[in-house]
Design a protein around this ligand. Sequence first.
Ligand code: EPZ
Length: 434
Amino acid sequence: MERYMIKGGRPLVGDVEVNGAKNAALGLLAGAIMTDDDVIIDNLPDVSDINVLLQAIEGIGAKVERIDPHTVKINGSAITNLSLDYGYIKKIRASYYLLGALLGKYHHAEVALPGGCAIGTRPIDQHIKGFRALGANVDIEYGMICTEAERLTGSHIFFDVVSVGATINVMLASVMAEGKTILENVAKEPHIVDVANFLNSMGANIKGAGTDVITIRGVQKLHGTEYTVIPDQIEAGTFMCAAAITGGDVTIHNVIPKHLEATGSKLVEMGCHVIARGDSIRVFRTEPLRDAKVKTQVYPGFPTDMQPQIAATLALSGGTSIVTESIFENRFKYVDELNRMGANIKVEGNTAIIKGMGHLSGTIVSSPDLRAGAALVIAGLAADGFTQVDDIVYILRGYERFDEKLRGLGACIEVAKTEHDIKKFKLRFASPVA
Ligand code: EPZ
């Protein structure tokens, strides 16, 4: 089992570049199969979630050619199999975007029902509501979602819950439906806009992505395109917190500062300096971290995917902070691990009360999920002594070369595969880091 070994105490300093947005890329890859022409997508993050979805796309018969680790050519003309088995969905829930894409193109799709995961039950009732509104039959039996339609007809759909996944999935299903589809109470995240822009570059007619109402006029067919994924604002936000928690000075490149406003303004509230310039953002701190109140919201509010990382940073601040998770029902699993590092956090319902201790100490911790794992890594960077972060397979789902990028900023972090690697790391960094 792979784990990170970290020796904390060194402020992160320097420059780092983020990769493409995983949660945008997953929607783009599904949409790419909706034409029989070649589609080239670049600035893909080289992470396991992307690689698994590419395997799933190949598994249904599409041609997938990896031009380089960040660029792929997809051709959906030879798709023969419209059914995706549980193996892929178990590995990556977002395989369910193939439901919308296959339904939209072939009027038929079968995808295994995704389970819940570490952060909540994560139902897909809004996805199904959208497909049915477009005229598709949707049956769930034997753990499979089977959907088919004689024809897909534009509809006026009001989502009961603001859902990134449902917004993207129903957008995919409606781009070639007959007539006009209006989607209301939609998600407005940057990745929604990216998927809409991508589909429009294929000849779709989508307006209003990023606002509360998306209007889609169905087109006969989609054509090939070449498209670049937007930068990952959650990867960027994670490095912003890493700079804040270690008292460093980091400039993050290849970002869209607009997407980082909620995270940036919270770090300013906590006593950091955040300076956006062009496609980079600099975070540094000259005074102790202050406490703050955080409530996760749909975009443009504070992102739920940054909740564990900001909580870890607040654990080091003075005063008492409150973090409220309003999107998922179970996204505080990392708190027990942080408390084992000397944090003082109490969870009551969907709120964490964080008594800043000004100090964390290293120990062995385990990543309960992707963003929680990243939070434990940045806590280890600021903790005294050694931190061993186990189960980093979750972190590798969404962070490309995470340890390498952190080492580039001066962090003492390495992947350890064996007990011997752990011993070697501890010997090499036995003395206090300069
Ligand atoms: C996407 O998940 C992201 N994943 C998540 O990021 C992110 O946390 C989430 O959006 C919120 O921003 C991908 O994009 C692959 P939702 P998704 O549908 O689409 C409820 C990460 O760390 N809901 O917006 O599954 C749901 O239970 C991952 O990269 C319904 O009730 O999230 C939740 O409470 C973790 N019915 C809320 O909506 C539905 O049909 C928001 O979920 C769908 C969702």
